[in-house]
Design a protein around this ligand. Structure first.
Ligand SMILES: CC(C)(COP(=O)(O)OP(=O)(O)OC[C@H]1O[C@@H](n2cnc3c(N)ncnc32)[C@H](O)[C@@H]1OP(=O)(O)O)[C@@H](O)C(=O)NCCC(=O)NCCS
Length: 295
């Protein structure tokens, strides 16, 4: 069976379509990555860091059956068709041969047993002191109605509002140092499938500036939306805008055919505010990510 599998390596940003094809075909609630994770991570970071990326894709005939992505020289993300679990070992071998970093690391969801088994048999072990992320789930039945204070407006963005959309992202994500996301990065996000402006919601102030935002990516095949990312400008926080813009995007997701949504905030106590926001509107925790280190 393994003999018919062909591997292709990509340098730089190429390979996204193959990665998305596999994520979509094999997605289940046990998967670490949703179609939107791959779309967001590859598009928002492409111009800045794709020169360092290495991606390998394994294909059996027409089907993509496994991929590995070194999004940093020593860190692996991967997706392997659970029906072809033996390929997880092949991906880990490729990682060890291609990686270049002081200490090799990989991230999986605790439910991805086939990935975990391949990593553990190659000598990787859990690092329980590292930050981790917890999937949170919400059903789209019975969502609360979004409410914003007088003078502020909730709406979805238009495709040509790249600069304003980039500005609200940077405002929300500059607490720990200036966000590196440029308008060009945001243009890349907004032109990456399956981005849809009707699922990208904002709160607009009286001056026409965006002050909060929530983007949802819809996997139509599984009717599941991924919320990634959400933000509110520091001057407007704790006024219910993060909750409202999230709820508005979730209503739009339901109208677009979604039945449930997932979001993946930090699960450890090092950054509890995002988890608190999602739980305040009804998301409930599920599986967590694991960080594995070699040696
Ligand atoms: C997380 C973030 C989006 C919250 O936005 P916000 O508009 O201030 O959130 P809301 O006012 O709607 O808060 C709703 C609820 O979430 C919880 N919450 C929000 N911020 C919180 C914080 N800093 N600490 C604890 N709980 C918090 C509370 O339960 C809050 O209800 P309350 O104010 O009645 O107690 C905002 O702090 C932000 O942009 N942070 C940087 C980017 C980020 O971390 N995004 C989320 C990960 S994708």
């Amino acid at each position: 069976m393994l003999r018919s599998v062909q591997m292709t390596e990509y340098a730089g940003p190429d390979g996204l379509n193959d990665m998305q094809e596999l994520v979509r075909r094999t997605w289940s609630p046990a998967s670490r990555l949703h179609l939107g994770d791959v779309a967001w991570e590859r598009s928002v970071n492409a111009r800045r860091s794709s020169a360092d990326w290495r991606t390998a894709v394994w294909r059996d005939g027409e089907d993509v059956v496994a991929w590995g992505w070194l999004e940093q020289p020593g860190h692996l993300l991967m997706t392997v068709d659970p029906d072809r679990a033996e390929l997880a070992t092949t991906v880990v071998e490729w990682f060890r041969a291609s990686a270049n970093g002081p200490r090799l690391a990989a991230g999986v969801l605790e439910t991805e047993k086939h990935l975990l088994a391949a990593l553990e048999s190659a000598g990787f072990g859990r690092d329980d002191s590292a930050p981790y992320f917890t999937h949170h789930w919400i059903s789209l039945d019975g969502l609360a109605e979004p409410v914003v204070p007088d003078g502020l407006t909730l709406r979805h963005v238009r495709q040509d509002e790249v600069a304003k959309r980039g500005a609200v992202h940077r405002a929300a994500w500059s607490d720990l140092g200036p966000s590196k996301v440029t308008d060009n990065d945001m243009a890349q996000v907004m032109s990456t499938w399956p981005y849809r402006p009707e699922l990208d919601w904002v709160v607009e102030n009286e001056a026409g500036e965006f002050v909060a935002s929530a983007l949802i990516w819809l996997d139509e095949q599984h009717q599941v939306g991924l919320v990634e990312p959400v933000g509110c400008s520091p001057a407007y926080r704790r006024r219910g805008l993060g909750a409202a813009v999230n709820l508005a995007a979730l209503h739009a997701l339901r109208e677009a055919g979604g039945t449930k949504a997932v979001v993946c905030p930090r699960g450890d106590d090092g950054y509890p505010q995002a988890r608190a926001l999602y739980q305040s509107i009804g998301f409930r925790p599920g599986s967590r990510t694991l960080h594995l280190l070699l040696g």
